[in-house]
Design a protein around this ligand. Structure first.
Ligand code: CA
Length: 237
């Protein structure tokens, strides 16, 4: 599958010493790390690479952290952790008013930062349990998914599923009951560098529905949430 790719963290920080130590720390913790040293670079990096979490310094040259925050929010609900200087109350208020998911105050400990990143990721479900983490057998809504053999069991019948379809179903099943945004699905199943036709996702959804729905024309399991993405319903079977 995708190998073992951890969540992607975009660090937007103008102080080189912080950038360097964050790169080392977060890489060691299993994250993929992208670094930007100015506000505009940070926005550009987000547009280019996306991220599962953004660590955003408030005081930045070029474009302030607040400006970067707004630019990113125009296109994404990615969790953003604001980094504020010292115990500056004004900074905290700005961060809260903007709606940051969390904030940390410099100087912060690496351990504390990593804990907050993981906590934000858990809260926002931005780490869907998918094939990039340790794959486990899943049972939900009458479906049993075996990621080691790419097998689906439903209604007592077991059959193999092509890898991308399986990855898509597994992602939905691991997050059953939650809507997964289209872009996140594409990133998780096809990879962040995928620039192909987004219709590919719809085609795979259709194939899955043909496979698992009692009536594919009236899907009861895989729901479309218009303008957002897809979710796998939790149903008793
Ligand atoms: Ca700064």
């Amino acid at each position: 599958m995708n190998g073992s790719l951890g969540p992607r963290i975009l660090v937007i920080e103008d102080e080189e010493s912080y950038r360097d130590s964050l790169r080392v720390l977060l890489t060691r913790e299993g994250f993929r790390v992208a670094l930007a040293g100015t506000g505009p670079e940070g926005v550009a990096a987000f547009v280019r690479l996306g991220a599962d979490v953004v660590l955003l310094d408030l005081m930045l040259p070029g474009l302030s952290g607040a400006g970067v925050f707004k630019k990113i929010r125009e296109q994404s609900d990615v969790p953003i952790i604001m980094v504020t200087a010292k115990d500056d109350q004004v900074d905290k208020i700005i961060g809260l008013e903007l709606g940051a998911d969390d904030y940390v105050t410099k100087p912060y400990s690496g351990r504390e930062l990593v804990a907050r990143i993981r906590s934000v990721l858990r809260r926002t479900a931005a780490i869907p349990a998918d094939l990039t983490s340790e794959p486990e057998r899943l049972e939900v809504s009458g479906l049993t998914l075996d990621p080691e053999r790419l097998m689906l069991t439903q209604g007592g019948k077991t059959s193999p599923i092509p890898p991308k379809e399986f990855a898509l179903l597994y992602l939905l099943a691991a997050n059953a009951g939650r809507v997964i945004p289209r872009q996140m699905i594409i990133e998780r199943v096809w990879g962040v560098d995928y620039f192909g036709d987004t219709k590919t996702l719809d085609v795979h959804i259709k194939r899955l529905r043909d496979r698992i729905e009692a009536d594919p024309a009236k899907p009861a399991l895989i729901k479309t949430v218009r303008g957002v993405g897809y979710s796998l319903e939790i149903v008793d079977r």
